[in-house]
Design a protein around this ligand. Structure first.
Ligand SMILES: C[S@@+](CC[C@H](N)C(=O)[O-])C[C@H]1O[C@@H](n2cnc3c(N)ncnc32)[C@H](O)[C@@H]1O
Length: 253
């Protein structure tokens, strides 16, 4: 089998996993994203997962499987935020897959966000994808962004209690946050629940997927608010990480 045919078969497998298939324009945008990441990676170190199935499985499938629920409603206009976006993922893959959504991507590292801004421009997504260079703790306290998102997502940014403090304040009362996790166990769940009790949040669902090609197991933890998140969260820059909310004495500012 030629490499091209073999790859076509693997690509089809990815969409089968998602029970969703991109339109020709979306597929073109995913291909363009791969090309642009490759180009930018030569200038600054953005990600090592760019070629072949490193990109299609470990980036695209890994970004999209946790939002399978949203993929079923392509026409819904939703407001999404990706915190700690790094090279632009999972946010850019989600923005391409949900063409009526508006997405905000945040990272505090300027060299990453300036590359991601250029990528957004090249992909033709400027009208509905906004890139911010900022600490999540500051964005989460701004009226413009607080309680304004239907979906808040984060992959590989921090441990669950820290992530919950970053994500919950962004949610509308009906919104949900999705934490993309590699490993997940009862201890982590217990720690997350402790943090959520302070943030007035709850766990809605926990899903898992074994990525193809033995790329490991992934978990998606969906959380939401039970009532409005107390105004003191997220705490000042660096505090959520230094004193995570699962720790009894952590709540002193
Ligand atoms: C390991 S990278 C993950 C990037 C991307 N989400 C992915 O899955 O490939 C974590 C990113 O989160 C950003 N980050 C972590 N804590 C942050 C904070 N408090 N405010 C803004 N960005 C943060 C870092 O700058 C880094 O780019």
């Amino acid at each position: 089998m030629t490499n091209q045919k073999k790859f076509k078969r693997q690509e089809t497998q990815i969409w089968q996993h998602l029970q969703w298939e991109p339109s020709p324009q979306q597929l073109e945008q995913f291909n363009q994203l791969q090309y642009l990441l490759r180009e930018w990676n030569q200038k600054i170190n953005l990600t090592r997962l760019i070629e072949g199935n490193d990109f299609w499985i470990s980036q695209i499938l890994d970004s999209l499987w946790p939002i399978q629920d949203e993929l079923k409603f392509q026409d819904k206009q939703i407001n999404i935020i990706d915190v700690g976006t790094g090279c632009g993922l999972p946010g850019l893959a989600v923005a391409i897959a949900l063409p009526r959504s508006s997405t905000t991507l945040i990272d505090s590292i300027y060299r990453k966000t300036s590359a991601v801004k250029e990528i957004v421009k090249e992909l033709g997504l400027l009208s509905r994808v906004n890139v911010l260079t900022e600490r999540i703790e500051l964005t989460g306290q701004k009226k413009l962004h607080r309680h304004t998102f239907d979906l808040a997502i984060a992959r590989a940014v921090a441990k669950a209690p820290v992530l919950a403090e970053y994500l919950i304040p962004f949610l509308k009362p009906t919104g949900q946050a999705v934490m993309y996790k590699g490993k997940w166990n009862d201890l982590e769940k217990k720690e997350l629940l402790k943090a959520l009790s302070k943030l007035k949040g709850k766990i809605d669902t926990t899903k898992s997927l074994e990525l193809p090609e033995r790329r490991g197991i992934r978990h998606a933890i969906r959380i939401s608010s039970t009532m409005l998140c107390p105004g003191k969260y997220p705490r000042s820059v660096g505090i959520p990480l230094k004193r995570p909310l699962n720790n009894q004495t952590s709540d002193n500012l």
